[in-house]
Design a protein around this ligand. Structure first.
Ligand SMILES: O=P(O)(O)OC[C@H](O)CO
Length: 419
């Protein structure tokens, strides 16, 4: 009994001595001060080797578990990437941040000029611009209403209406002293085409309509903007939706389909992001505009933030305040790129088509494409969506553990029990 107990002690001691433990001979045991005869020493050494082998196996299996675990974590990389991206980068919130222009001119040389500039912009330019905007808006809208009431239906009426809408847009753009540089062929209205653009503000419609007057698909707003939509924009075919009503969405989808099939009087402009993004990012393009079996003409709008950020953050600022900001800045500067019409390719889904067009626009307007649905601005992800994500995550882990031969069976079962 005494002899049997000694090797165990010896093996325990050796196991704690370090990495050469499996190479220890009976001489080494002697060196450890253990006095055994050769047979006993061999027996003890075998026993120790066996114990050490078992210990090594446990260690290796432990490492395998750790490595396997790491691999599991890496193998669910898409889920992990989404989570990590949301935590580290929070690219969704970034899509809706307004640029801060910073106080670069707060120094002794420039401050007097800046103060002078503020006085000029707020107390000279703004009143002039406002007077110009109101006067031209009233006059042109009266003319537009008259043309609708008096003129007989036909090509001339349509031409006059288009011209008046274009002039209204020109007057708005002038009220911000806007400098809009257009690239590419000017859009010409034709049957079976829709135009899609990235979206930064309601002013996108104005910026584009001063080139070619568009009918736009847009959210119905309250207040004076709602009145303009109802009494003016309605007159040339704009289509409205309430993003909170699913019924409305179906109705709008049907109306768009009809509009595109018919020879609509004004070309139709759709903002597939469905919400204003800060002109640095591009959120998911919804497939509606790409499901119409017609040519899609991409437009990329890039605002230069040199004087003012044209992004309308509607949750922080009313449209009136947004316009005030634009009208009290020196100028709104933008580049507009009219790109080649695109057609859905053989075998391409509407989602793939939407992504392809989005990539074209993002490249031209130097926007970073993010996978987020812009509507998350308004809606929290549903519990169902969260549960689906959990299920995907859980199945990926379970699958990986089952495939892993090195992973101890009991651990898999324990984990399965827990997931
Ligand atoms: O930025 P949102 O989502 O408030 O959208 C504002 C306008 O409706 C976009 O046309």
């Amino acid at each position: 009994m005494g002899k049997e107990s000694k090797p165990r002690k010896a093996s325990m001691m050796i196991m704690r001595t370090g990495s050469n433990r499996l190479n220890m001979s009976s001489d080494d045991l002697g060196g450890l001060g253990l006095d055994f005869n050769n047979t006993s020493q061999n027996k003890v050494a075998d026993e120790i080797d066996e114990t050490l082998r078992k210990e090594e196996k446990i260690r290796v299996s432990g490492n395998a578990c750790a490595h396997g675990l790491l691999r599991d974590v890496l193998d669910i990389s898409s889920t992990l990437e989404e989570g990590a991206a949301a935590i580290v980068d929070d690219s969704f919130t970034r899509c809706f941040n307004k640029a801060s222009l910073g106080n670069w001119n707060f120094n002794a040389y420039l401050l007097p000029f800046w103060v002078l500039g503020v006085l000029l912009r707020y107390f000279v330019l703004f009143p002039l611009r406002l007077a110009w905007l109101l006067a031209s808006f009233v006059v042109l809208n009266i003319l537009f209403a008259l043309s609708r009431l008096i003129m007989p239906k036909g090509a001339l009426k349509l031409r006059v209406e288009r011209k008046l809408v274009q002039l209204i847009a020109v007057c708005w753009v002038a009220s911000w002293s806007a400098v809009i540089i257009c690239h590419g062929p000017k859009p010409t209205p034709s049957k079976g085409r829709v135009w899609v653009s990235n979206h930064t503000s309601m002013i996108d419609w104005i910026v584009l309509s001063q080139v070619t007057p568009f009918a736009a698909v847009m959210q119905k707003h309250p207040g004076w903007l709602g009145l303009v939509q109802t009494f003016i924009m309605d007159g040339f075919g704009c289509i409205y939706f309430n993003r909170k009503s699913a019924k409305d969405r179906d109705k709008v989808a049907r109306t768009i389909k009809e509009y595109v099939k018919n020879d609509g009087s004004f070309p139709l402009l759709i903002f597939p992001e469905g919400t204003c993004v800060n002109n640095q990012y591009s959120t998911m393009f919804k497939k509606g505009a790409f499901d119409l079996d017609c040519a899609v003409c991409p437009i990329a709008v890039k605002y230069n933030k040199i004087f003012v950020d044209a992004f309308w953050s509607s949750r922080q600022q009313s449209f009136t305040m947004h316009l005030f900001e634009l009208m009290t800045s020196w100028a709104v500067v933008a580049d507009v790129y009219f790109l080649e019409p695109q057609y859905r390719r053989e075998g391409e889904t509407s989602i793939e088509f939407a992504s392809r067009v989005q990539a074209m626009i993002a490249r031209k307007a130097r926007l970073k494409v993010v996978p987020w649905n812009g509507m998350l601005k308004y809606f929290k992800p549903s519990p169902k969506l969260c549960e689906q994500k959990r299920e995907i995550f859980g199945s990926a882990i379970k699958k990986r553990l089952k495939e892993d031969k090195d992973f101890p069976r009991e651990a898999v079962e324990t984990r399965e029990g827990k997931t």
